[in-house]
Every structure is written in C-alpha cells, then in structure tokens.
Design a binder for this molecule. Sequence first.
Ligand code: SF4
Length: 87
Amino acid sequence: MTGSPTEASTYRVSLDREACEGIFACLVRDDRFEEGRDGLAVLAGEEVTGPEAEITATFEDSQYERAKQAARACPVDAIEVAEVTDE
Ligand code: SF4
C-alpha cells in the first residue's frame, strides 16, 4: 500500500551512484538529494564512500511521494524507493 502525500510511512531510498550521471533532475523534486563534491548526487546526511557506491537510507515521514517523484524524474533510473512494511 502506498501512503498519501500527507501520511507518514516507512520507506527505503537507494541511490546507485554508478548509474548516476549528475543530471540533477532529482534535486528539484526532493531536496534530500544534493550535489556531491564529485558532481554526482548524494543523499543529505548519508556517508558516501566513493563514486560507485550505493547509498541507502530509511526514512519514516510523509515525504514518500517526493522521493518517488525524484526516482521517476531520474533519466537513468539511479533512484529506487520502496516502502518498508512490517511482515
Ligand atoms: S536525477 Fe538521477 S542521474 Fe540525475 S543526479 Fe539524480 S540520481 Fe543522478
């Protein structure tokens, strides 16, 4: 189930920096994405170990739809957003 934009949910955002081409369509959709020092996207507050690293962060808030918009906007599909559900 997907929460409404105002409903809090738990979801995981993954950013594949190997696929990222620094086009920055994601930044304007969700400001948790930022330009890293190497010209590729990073997730704010997350550690970056290299240009080929995958960054994953779990969020619990009402911003799921924004993250989804960033993922949809990415032309190289470097962003994945998946809801975390209790089994
Ligand atoms: S939109 Fe995709 S390719 Fe562009 S900076 Fe964001 S993650 Fe990288």
